[in-house]
Design a protein around this ligand. Structure first.
Ligand code: NAP
Length: 309
């Protein structure tokens, strides 16, 4: 049997506990040996307060997975690559586009694998939708990605700070699916960002794109929605409507539900990263973040009432 890849996980918060820890534990090719977090510890592994302390002590570690908020991703990834570790970045891969290019260059020069992960691309509906759409003419796309911020980000401050993306933190998941399934590139035309008077980032956004074949792509992201979330992508084509619901768990085509199997986004992400490392490859697609950056460049900003958590 080949040796397991030893992994360190950095930033033990909501997504680390909900998804990363169980996914690593279930992967037969990975072994979690260390974690770094300022306030949290994980049982059964060595724990450090910072990534620097982890890297100084864990010389033999193969790889590091980063699940802290995006504002600290660059410094952490840079430290991990400088120490010779393969790296997996939670989404979004960074707080700016350029920092990702710098990291990608570092990884390439050092012969290390960098994986900028997009968990929603590993949702079960995505590959089937992509294959079906590849053979069709897309006429229009309607993205509705709406949820209650108080339910999904209780008490989180970083989402409202510069680099935290606001409603684009979930919205970028929709964009990661759209950029994966549509046969043509999309280009942002106009955007409106609704920004509470006491936050730096938007609580809602409307985006209008065109694709290179002339189809219109409308996206509505809203954090003031509830109690049930709406994570849907509806694609009108020459052969009827393709509808992705529940963030990619459910797919229907021309009114018929398609069996896409169970949800296993994070196990699939980790299997993909392991395979990339084994093959000596990278996977860094910044297009979802580039569309968000374009929304901040092009978007009309509307100040709205203060957000009360
Ligand atoms: P979180 O719980 O607020 O943060 C994760 C952990 O990162 C925190 O508990 C904190 O642990 C550490 N951290 C926070 N600020 C830090 C700083 N300035 N320096 C160093 N460490 C810091 O956030 P999350 O919801 O897990 O999200 C983290 C990332 O996962 C984001 O990029 C998000 O988009 C992505 N994600 C989240 C979800 C979700 O449902 N929440 C789903 C998919 C992806 P310590 O205080 O112990 O250091």
């Amino acid at each position: 049997m080949t040796k397991k890849l030893t992994v360190g996980l950095v930033g033990i918060g909501k997504i680390a506990r909900d998804q990363h820890l169980p996914a690593i534990a279930a992967d037969p090719g990975l072994e979690l040996t260390a974690c770094a977090s300022r306030h949290a510890e994980v049982q059964g592994v060595r724990n450090y307060p910072t990534i620097e302390a982890l890297l100084a002590a864990e010389r033999d570690l193969d790889a590091v997975s980063l699940s802290a908020p995006p504002q600290v991703r660059f410094a952490q990834a840079r430290a991990a690559l400088a120490a010779g570790k393969h790296v997996m970045l939670e989404k979004p891969p960074g707080a700016s586009l350029h920092e990702i290019e710098v990291l990608r260059e570092m990884a390439r020069k050092a012969g290390l694998t960098m994986f900028a992960s997009w968990h929603s691309r590993h949702a079960p509906a995505v590959d089937t939708a992509r294959e079906w759409l590849a053979q069709r003419a897309v006429r229009s796309v309607d993205v509705r990605w709406k949820e209650d911020v108080r339910k999904w980000h209780p008490g989180q401050k970083w989402i409202w700070e510069p680099g935290g993306l606001g409603v684009f933190d979930p919205g970028i998941n929709a964009l990661s699916i759209v950029t994966r399934i549509l046969p043509h590139e999309i280009v942002l035309q106009t955007a409106t960002l609704f920004v509470p008077s006491n936050t730096h980032t938007p609580i809602a956004a409307n985006l209008d794109f065109v694709d290179l074949n002339g189809a219109t792509v409308r996206a509505e992201f809203d954090w003031r929605h509830g109690p049930r979330e709406q994570w849907e992508i509806e694609v009108q084509t020459s052969d009827g409507t393709l509808l992705i619901e529940q963030g990619g768990k459910r797919l229907s085509i021309a009114g018929e539900v398609v069996d896409v199997g169970p949800e296993r986004e994070y196990p699939s992400l980790y299997a993909h990263w392991r395979e990339l490392i084994e093959r000596g490859e990278e996977d860094v697609d910044v297009r979802p973040l580039r569309h968000v950056a374009d929304a901040f460049l092009l978007g009309a900003r509307r100040e709205i009432e203060a957000f009360v958590d």
